[in-house]
Structure formats: C-alpha cells, structure tokens
Design a binder for this molecule. Structure first.
Ligand SMILES: CC(C)(COP(=O)(O)OP(=O)(O)OC[C@H]1O[C@@H](n2cnc3c(N)ncnc32)[C@H](O)[C@@H]1OP(=O)(O)O)[C@@H](O)C(=O)NCCC(=O)NCCS
Length: 295
C-alpha cells in the first residue's frame, strides 16, 4: 500500500497504540489489552513492535516477544507474536501479512526456532503459514475431593513474587522468564493470585485465575507441592466453586489424581510457524506455557 510508514512503537506512543488495540479487540474501560498482555508493552519489548501508520494514524500493528520454552527434551527459542490487528477501514489490504513478514525477518535474524501465537483466526494464520500445535485440557473442579489432611498454613491473596518465582523454576516444562518478564507480569492486574503459606512464612504453593478476557474462571497458572496446592485450591473453591483447571496431558500436575477422568474440553494450544529446519511440528506437542493465553 502507498503512504504507509512502518516502524517500532516509541515509548511516548504506547498509549495511542493501546487505544488502537482496545478498539480493535473490543476492550471496554477499565479493561485493556495493555494490562492483559503487559509484557508486550515493557520498554524492552517495544523495539520489536511494528506499527503501520497512515496519515499519522495507526492502521495496523503486530509485535514479537522473544522467549525460550523449556521442556525436558529440549529448549526452543520462540518469538511470541501478539497485538496483531488492523483498523476496520484498512482491512483486507495486506497490512497484517506485511507486518507478520517483517516480524518473521526479525525472528530469523535473531535465530529464533519458531514463531508462536494464540488466536481464533484460523484461516488468517493458516494463510500466513502457521500450523496448530500442542494440546491443552480444561477440567471442572466441582467434584474435587477435599484434601486428605488440611495442612497447617493459610491461603493468602497476592504472591510473594520472590518465592513464587523459585517454585515456578522447578517446573520441568515452562517458559524461561527473565527479570523484565517477571516485573511485567506484576502489571497484569486482571488476574487473581493466591498462595499457600506455612507457619514459618514459606510459600508452598501458588495459583492464578481470571487472567484477562480469555481465561476468566480458569486457574491458568499453578505450582507447588501436591498437598499444599490441593489445600490452596480447596480453600479458593469455597468462594469460587465454578473455577476450572487448565493443564496439559504431559505436565507433572500435582493434583491430576484428584481431577475427573475426562476433561471438559481438549483443544490445540497455539499456532506455530517453524523457522529452524531441523525442528518438526511434532516436537511442539509437549510444549507448554504458563500464565497464558499469551506469554
Ligand atoms: C485478522 C486481522 C488482523 C487481519 O488483518 P488484515 O490487515 O485485514 O489482513 P490482511 O489484509 O493482511 O490479510 C491477509 C490474508 O488473510 C485474509 N484474511 C484477513 N482477515 C481474515 C479473516 N478474519 N479470516 C480469514 N481470512 C482473513 C485476507 O483475505 C488475505 O488473504 P489473501 O492474501 O488471500 O488475499 C484483522 O481482521 C483484525 O484486526 N481483526 C480484529 C483483531 C484480531 O482478531 N486480530 C487477530 C488476533 S490474534
């Protein structure tokens, strides 16, 4: 298209970009795309964004967030794609495809193994060369049995980030979260976080739910010892009996034995486009992301 200027978002433009995204993703105040996906707007991340400007207005956007997925078998360098949107008046003119191509070129220059994203726009991403990969399962918790023994300790709302971070790093399958990433996570206010603390002040388990629009009513992130996690979940369910549990068949899930045999739903995790020729789409089957939908 003529008259299009494509460049990264400058820090002083992030409010304009957020307004653009809120409009195109249907967010109503006080909710916001920039809160649900805070890591994408971290000052370190803005340099990988691409905004298409037409007549001084944002017409289209997309961004790349490099990270590393760790599984027991391998580490995969990923570029998470987010904030893909085009203003209604400029749709169907190839702007999103152009921005995705630019992000792919950046990802190749950074020697990333694959691009990855979450979306319900199957046809659009298939056209762009993405394939559906991975699995996720959602279980109901209405019939969760009570813990065999209620441990001494308390469910406390909020996370002690330092201790939760140490527990998170025990997961054999996870995303390698940098300091900047953890810091940005604290800005995601659309999430309820709870932890189980024993009498010495040690965090033994944690969980998070209600993150953003897409994960409302779902415990999307959890960790800790099986017993403490079960106690924590049991206490939380007294106030929120309809919560659901997000997991993956290959995860070491401490409360799997207490979950129903059949999930409420099973679906693919994400879309991926492999850039490293020595990798296969099958190798993404056991990949997993915490704290997602996005990152
Ligand atoms: C989806 C969206 C980003 C597409 O942006 P766009 O700039 O119009 O896309 P493009 O013009 O680059 O389209 C590229 C191709 O995909 C097709 N396409 C675009 N939107 C499509 C859709 N919603 N469904 C199916 N195909 C679509 C186009 O026809 C075009 O195909 P062609 O190359 O055969 O002509 C835009 O519709 C949008 O902003 N939607 C709302 C926000 C959203 O859902 N974002 C994606 C979430 S991850």
């Amino acid at each position: 298209m003529d008259g299009v200027l494509i460049r990264a978002c400058r820090p002083d433009e992030s409010e304009k970009w957020t307004e653009f995204l809120n409009r195109n993703f249907g967010y109503q105040t006080p909710n916001s795309y920039a809160v649900d996906f805070a890591p994408l707007f971290d000052s370190n991340a803005l340099g990988h964004s691409r905004l298409a400007w037409i007549n001084n207005k944002i017409a289209s956007s997309a961004t790349l967030y490099p990270t590393t997925a760790i599984t027991p078998q391998q580490q995969i360098k990923l570029g998470i794609i987010g904030a893909v949107a085009t203003s209604e008046e400029f749709r169907g003119k190839g702007l999103s495809q152009q921005l995705l191509q630019e992000l792919e070129a950046t990802a190749r220059s950074l020697k990333l193994d694959a691009l990855m994203l979450w979306s319900d726009q199957r046809e659009f991403y298939t056209k762009a060369g993405f394939q559906q990969v991975g699995k996720q399962e959602v279980f109901g918790l209405a019939d969760l049995p009570p813990p065999e023994m209620l441990m001494s300790g308390t469910a406390v709302y909020g996370w002690d980030w330092h201790q939760v971070r140490a527990i998170y790093e025990n997961h054999p399958t996870r995303v390698q979260r940098t300091d900047a990433y953890w810091h940005a996570l604290e800005n995601i206010k659309s999430c309820t976080r709870v932890q189980w603390i024993d009498d010495t002040g040690t965090v033994l388990a944690y969980l998070g739910f209600d993150r953003g629009k897409d994960l409302h009513g779902i415990v999307h992130e959890w960790g800790g010892t099986p017993q403490a996690l079960h106690c924590l979940l049991w206490v939380v369910l007294q106030n929120r009996p309809n919560l659901m549990w997000l997991t993956h068949p290959a995860l070491e899930d401490p409360i799997r034995a207490a979950l129903p045999t059949e999930p409420l739903s099973q679906s693919t995790l994400a879309f991926a486009k492999i850039l490293n020729r020595s990798m296969s789409y099958e190798s993404f089957e056991n990949i997993w992301f915490w704290g997602l939908d996005s990152l």
